[in-house]
Structures are given as C-alpha cells and as structure tokens.
Design a protein around this ligand. Structure first.
Ligand code: TRP
Length: 373
C-alpha cells in the first residue's frame, strides 16, 4: 500500500525524497546552511543532520532577514492528546531560531481542529489538552516577551475575520484535491485550513506592513500552506517560507511516525524514567544482529535502529559523540543493549529537565497568551 500523508493521517513508509517531488518543495542545500551560519554564527544540528530536509522560499526569507533584520516565526499544535517527543522536534528548532534570529514566534493552538476531525474528542477535551500542551511549549524555553500563543476558540474574534477572507479565496475543489475531503466530510473540517492560514500574516495585519514569515513544521502540515500560499498575495500579504521536518520514528519501526494514539509505541513528555526504560528496552526497533557473535562479526545497522535515530535526530547534539557511536555500532563493538542504555539515559536526562520546566510553566501560561492591545 502506498503511504498516506495528510495533515490528519500518516500511515506506512515515508519516502522523503518522493514527498519533495509530490509536494513540490525544494531540498535544503549546503549553500543555504552556510547562509544561515553566516547570519547567526552556527547551524543547528537538526538542520545539519537533515532532520529538516526541505523548504519553500528559504532563500527569499534569508535575504529578507539579511536586508531588514526582520521576520517572525509561526508554528502550532492541535491539542488532541499528551505531547510526545516527536512533537518536540520542530519546536526545538523553532526555539533555536527565535534565539538566533532574535524574532517573535506566533504559536497557534487550534483547539477546534481535532474536535472537528476526530469522532470521540469533545471541545472540553481539547481545551484540557491545550492547557497541557502549552506547558510543553513553554518548557522548551521560548522568550515570553517574544512569544504569542493563539488559541482558536479564545482568539476567534481576532482570527475569524481574516479566516473568512482566506476561505473566500479557496474553492472546495482545491481543498478536496489537497486534503481528500468527501461528501460525507463535515463542513467545519473543510473550513479549518483557513484558520491555520491566518497566523502566517496576522502580525503583518496588526503591524500594518508586511513582515516575512518562516514556518517550521513537520512535513504532513505542508498541504495547508501549499494551498494558502497561492492566495496570500491576493490578500496583499507575502507568501510565508516553510521549513519541513521529518517525523521522529515510532519505537517499533524506523519508518512511519510516532503517534499520539498508540501509548506503548510512544514516549510522552510526562513519562517516568522507568517507563522510558521499559519502552525502549521492550519496543525500540533494533538494527542489531540476531546473535551476539553475528553482531560482533558483521556489525549493526544504525540507519534502521530506532535508538540510534533518536540520538541522531534529537538527543545527542554532539557530532563527535554521535559519530563515535555510529562507528562502534557499525563495526560490532557496541551492542544493541548498550546502545539502548545510552538512548535511555540521554532521553531521561532531557525529560528530567523538561518536566522540571514544565511544572514551572504552570504559572507562566497567561504571560504567553496573546493579548490584543
Ligand atoms: N495542524 C497542526 C497540528 O495538527 C497545528 C498547527 C496550527 C500548525 N498551525 C500550525 C502546525 C502551523 C504547524 C504550523 O498539530
């Protein structure tokens, strides 16, 4: 079966090269990474290692920023469950970009989205998850003075007028082609894209002048902006630039995506150290050989090993250490169990710090929520 990739469903093996063609995006080049390094002095490991692998209009954004020192970041999270470590990938890069570019971030919590798209989720449920998910975002260290949370039902008065302007420009046949809507789809879900489109120009609308926007996101979210980018100019706004991330793999396979709805496959930000250890030991897909002797002789395969991929994509920022692990695993000196122990340790160190910050975030939430002046 070919993989399914829509903003609401990711199934099967994801071929990232194919997605670039299918979605009509561009691969991120060395020149672009150098351009980023020139401007901010370094390149984040998630960019260097291809976790972010594709973009739209990155050159335009970098040139604009170079000339004017101005741009803003936009990303979001539709509350539908607890946050897992896969959700954090784009946010970690976004936090770095905020610091390095010294710019504002607009973070949308469309608390109606999963209500509209999932059978068994009430608006009360999504409101509760919004509270929880906000803690995870704050815990990553975003600047409270430069970060603005938009909650769709709460900020409807600000968002809705703009969303109507967007909606009027997008036909049902465009939405059907991009998202696969059927006659049986509810009409709220058809409108939803226009809500997600708004924060890409809201700061420009508020400022009364155009400010370039950069959207880091997981690749499954691209279709919203593929559709909306076509119509922004007709509303008088820039098309936003987009940076696309791969999915953090689920524990049980090197392909596919960590999902909120499969607890044993997934490491949540609130998991205890013991739970992380058990999940990795029991479920993390291994690139090791079936016997110790075979492993020692032939070596393991880090490319399909989920513990190694977690270290590479997220939890081991040190290139030298990562290379050393890769080398030892490939030549058979490092065993699967040992590699798992390293991953468990790194994830737990991260989560311990995250959970501390997450608790501290509880009384900071209102500071982050956008207040119209
Ligand atoms: N639709 C996203 C989700 O399902 C949430 C979201 C809203 C978002 N605005 C965004 C994601 C902008 C990336 C960029 O989680």
């Amino acid at each position: 079966m070919p993989p399914t990739i829509t903003p609401w469903e990711v199934q099967g093996e994801v071929d990232y090269e194919k997605l670039i063609q299918q979605f009509g995006t561009e691969p991120i080049t060395h020149e672009q990474l150098n351009h980023i390094a020139q401007q901010v002095g370094e390149v984040h490991y998630m960019l260097r290692r291809g976790v972010f692998f594709s973009h739209r209009d990155l050159d335009w954004l970098l040139n604009q920023y170079q000339q004017t020192g101005e741009c803003f970041l936009y990303t979001g999270r539709a509350p539908s469950g607890n946050t897992h470590i896969g959700h954090l990938l784009p946010w970690v890069l976004t936090r770095w970009l905020q610091e390095k570019f010294n710019v504002d971030l607009w973070f949308q919590f469309p608390d109606e989205e999963k209500f509209l798209f999932k059978q068994d989720l009430s608006l009360e449920d999504t409101a509760a998850y919004t509270q929880e998910n906000m803690l995870d975002v704050i815990a990553l260290g975003f600047d409270p003075d430069k970060t603005h949370f938009l909650i769709d039902t709460r900020h409807a008065g600000i968002l809705y007028k703009h969303a109507c302007r967007v909606a009027k420009k997008i036909t049902f046949s465009t939405a059907k082609a991009a998202f696969g809507f059927q006659d049986s789809s509810n009409i709220g879900s058809v409108f939803y894209t226009s809500m997600q489109a708004v924060p890409a120009f809201l700061p420009s609308a508020i400022a009364g002048r155009n400010i370039p926007c950069l959207i880091p996101l997981a690749i499954d979210q691209d279709p919203h902006f593929r559709v909306a980018r076509d119509i922004y100019p007709s509303l008088g706004y820039y098309k936003p630039a987009v940076l696309h991330a791969r999915f953090l793999p689920s524990l049980q396979g090197p392909e596919g995506k960590m999902s909120s709805s499969s607890a044993p496959d997934t490491i949540y930000t609130t998991d205890t150290q013991k739970q992380v250890e058990e999940k990795i030991k029991k479920y993390a897909y291994s690139g090791g050989r079936s016997s110790l002797q075979e492993h020692k002789e032939q070596g393991g395969n880090p490319d399909i090993d989920v513990s190694f991929q977690y270290l590479k994509m997220f939890f081991e920022p040190d290139d030298k250490k990562l290379q050393e692990l890769e080398h030892q695993y490939r030549n058979g000196d490092l065993l699967t169990g040992e590699l798992k122990d390293i991953a468990i340790d790194k994830i737990n160190v991260f989560l311990q710090q995250h959970q501390k910050q997450r608790e501290k975030a509880r009384n900071k939430v209102e500071q982050f929520i956008y207040q119209a002046e």
